[in-house]
Design a protein around this ligand. Sequence first.
Ligand code: CUA
Length: 332
Amino acid sequence: MHSDLPLFPVAASSEAREVDLLFLATVLLSLFFASLITALLIGFGIKYRRRPKDKPPAEIHGSMALEITWMVIPLFLALAVFVWGADVYFQLSRPPNDTMTVNVVGKRWMWKLQHPSGRREINELHVPLGTAVRLNMTSEDVIHSFYVPAFRVKADALPGRYTTVWFRATRPGRYHLFCAEYCGTQHSGMIGWVEVMEPEAFQAWLAGGARDASMAASGERLFNDLGCVTCHNPDSGARGPLLDNLYTSTVKLQTGESVTADEAYLREAILYPAAKVTSGYQPVMPTFRGLVNEEGILELIEYLKSRAADQEGMNAPAAPAHAAPEGKKPTP
Ligand code: CUA
């Protein structure tokens, strides 16, 4: 149907149709009113033009009914578009519970991606058909934006924090990936491909190729090398909290507040340990800013995820960290 029109990019994700329908509806609505107003403007201009010998016409004193009508109808039309748009927006920003996660680091001028199993990619992303994929994104330098027109998906990768976007590919094939935020001289070259594969082919691809250790294993090595293990272990005299089952759990802070231990929290705890100190512990942890890069932090987080009991391998459901409303505990 409309997604096959030449003006629309190919629609290859589960949400693409929704986005296209909304877009089409707003365009048609705007076209309708623009044509109506233009036609009336020209028509009245001709009908009521000044003719020689005409007397000046009688003054018009407005019509309350007319005024109310043309305020209330557009108001409801605008509200309808808003409600519809908000609905689509929430769908796009809330990953379903059965997602697989891929970690993305934007860097001038390339996309570095890593699957939890350890397989790395640059400017390419392989995903299985029909599976919801959540991207956990950050940037090593400036703002980039991950844009796949065929999926109708676009989200900024920001330095210093994690952003999330998700899609479920519905059509095998290769689709353009762009950086959609101007990020310097090679911005236009920061492009790549998303390859949607049949699930079996994807598993084979994931297993083949590299000898990379899984992200969790690399994270464990970092955990030992950086010395995290010296405090975060049962024999440390409780210098640091134990980290088993930490991921997605609720952490009580010194301030009395509670936070969910999502990816953003773990990242902050590594880089700014004094920001949210766990209740019952002293703020003695040193910062690891400058000692571990964004990819290392992602590996540490994957390691902590692997120490959460209800995680089962790479396809384990991930917490919709940035999309879940306040107070709603992500379903494991
Ligand atoms: Cu990265 Cu533009």
